[in-house]
Write a protein that binds this ligand. Structure first.
Ligand SMILES: Nc1ncnc2c1ncn2[C@@H]1O[C@H](COP(=O)(O)OP(=O)(O)O)[C@@H](O)[C@H]1O
Ligand SMILES: [Mg+2]
Length: 277
């Protein structure tokens, strides 16, 4: 990996201008990052390390499962239905007790923290389902997202509206009246209201058309380029790996393949089993 100061000279597939349409939403300087990416300095920014655990007293769903994301990068988790992708995300966010393993954020062990406390430490999470308040307006959803903040959230709301202009137009409308893609924008926008350092997204493009999917991926790339790490689960495995710095294939609660997005896309076994050849 060449790295250096230029975020485009890395292994990420998302420096392809045809994917990112530079200038499309354009307030975020694409060269901006949260800081230099210094590899090997204290490990990844966020890691669920060797997690084993399940729901309540039920059987283990995760088996020594590790997922991680570096600063300002995009990590993507793919795998068959029921593989434990959502469970792994919930474990990293503290919604599930891990029986062994640890979650570390910026080097600090946060395994014992509640989800609320993880939000205070800079984590944002958009769950796979029920991720917006349908009867509330778009703007009320964003306000709810900022629940932990005591300072002025107006500037952050402006940033969300700049990222997703359609939400400004529809800010007075009940979120439940929006299209699938627009609802996902509300969900992502809501999570951004706490100004997270890392954003976890569970299937942000579920149920949307390919065009809307591309558009959402563009916005997610834009968020990553503003310095926020992205850890996301995706059904659209091929497209997601194309924009991923790092990819994880989970099978039956365990890591089956790990590599850069590019490596996984080129791996014959991954292609055959998970990408349709
Ligand atoms: N709330 C829950 N309680 C008990 N078991 C669950 C719960 N949610 C998911 N599971 C089980 O955990 C396994 C993994 O599910 P999940 O993490 O949702 O997979 P994926 O997101 O990869 O499709 C499945 O066997 C599922 O039935
Ligand atoms: Mg899931």
């Amino acid at each position: 990996m060449s790295g250096g100061g230029n975020p485009y000279q890395d292994d990420r597939g998302n420096h392809d201008a045809s994917i990112t349409k530079p200038g499309a939403g354009g307030s975020v300087d694409p060269t901006r990052r949260s800081g230099p990416v210094i590899e090997g300095s204290g490990g990844p920014f966020l890691i669920g390390d060797s997690m084993t655990g399940g729901y309540g007293k039920g059987p283990d769903i995760l088996h020594d499962c590790t997922i991680a994301v570096d600063r300002g990068e995009i990590a993507v988790i793919v795998g068959p239905n029921g593989a434990g992708k959502s469970t792994a995300m919930k474990a990293v966010f503290g919604m599930l007790d891990v029986r062994s393993g640890a979650v570390r954020l910026d080097g600090a062990d946060i395994t014992q923290l509640t989800p609320q406390d993880r939000v205070k430490h800079g984590m944002g999470f958009v769950p796979q389902t029920n991720n917006i308040f349908t009867s509330m307006s778009v703007e009320e959803n964003l306000e709810m997202g900022a629940f932990i903040r005591e300072d002025d959230m107006q500037q952050t709301m402006e940033q969300v509206y700049t990222l997703f202009p359609i939400l400004r137009d529809k800010r007075r409308q009940p979120a439940g009246e929006l299209s699938g893609g627009q609802r996902q924008q509300v969900a992502v926008g809501r999570a951004l209201m706490t100004q997270p350092k890392v954003l976890m997204l569970d299937e942000p493009t579920a149920g949307v058309s390919p065009i809307v999917m591309d558009e959402l991926f563009d916005r997610i790339i834009e968020v990553a380029r503003s310095g926020i790490s992205i850890l996301m689960v995706e059904q659209n495995a091929r497209q997601a790996l194309e924009i991923a710095d790092k990819g994880y294939v989970l099978v039956q609660g365990a890591n089956a393949h790990t590599g850069s997005g590019k490596e996984l896309l080129a791996n014959p076994e991954v292609r055959q089993s998970f990408l349709g050849g």
